[in-house]
Design a binder for this molecule. Structure first.
Ligand code: DQA
Length: 151
């Protein structure tokens, strides 16, 4: 049995510009920060004995590396790939090497926005997609992967 099969670690990955969450276009993304996301998700995870590892990068290759690392440690991935959602075959391919559940999260409802945001490569791999629920979407993602991995 692999380490990840027994793991209770949920990796939450965030793509470019999400380091500025809370400061960046608050009319679209709100005023809460990634630290708030981490705190809220950790509280939910702890109730079921899970832990959270929240990471962010502005680089596509670094996100691919984080997914590879999650293969060894995590039971599930919750990912907001940000702009790479709409462009990155590399992130899709990396997620396809991960054996546990993947939930895609978007803070905004990308279908209400520009046409180029309507397509997601990552949705081809994700078990579920949550969008338009603000940062609460991450919490829903954590709840979903706990439901999928606990038995
Ligand atoms: C986003 C939506 C993307 O289109 C955008 O590029 C982002 C954030 C969201 O969370 O709503 O950076 O993924």
């Amino acid at each position: 049995m692999k380490v990840a099969d027994m793991s209770k670690e949920i990796v939450i990955l965030n793509g470019p510009n999400l380091n500025l969450l809370g400061k960046r276009e608050p009319h679209i993304y709100g005023s809460d920060t990634l630290a708030d996301v981490e705190r809220n998700c950790a509280a939910i995870a702890a109730q079921s004995g899970y832990t959270i590892k929240l990471q962010q990068s502005n680089s596509e290759g670094a996100i691919v590396d984080m997914i590879h690392a999650a293969r060894e440690t995590a039971c599930a991935i919750v990912i907001n790939p940000a702009a790479y959602t709409h462009t990155s075959v590399a992130i899709l391919d990396a997620l396809s090497t991960f054996e546990g559940p993947v939930i895609e999260v978007h803070i905004s409802n990308t279908h209400k926005r520009e046409e180029f945001r309507h397509h997601s490569y990552v949705s081809k791999r994700a078990e579920g997609v949550i969008m338009g629920c603000g940062i609460q979407g991450y919490e829903f993602g954590v709840m979903r992967v706990i439901a999928l991995t606990s038995n």
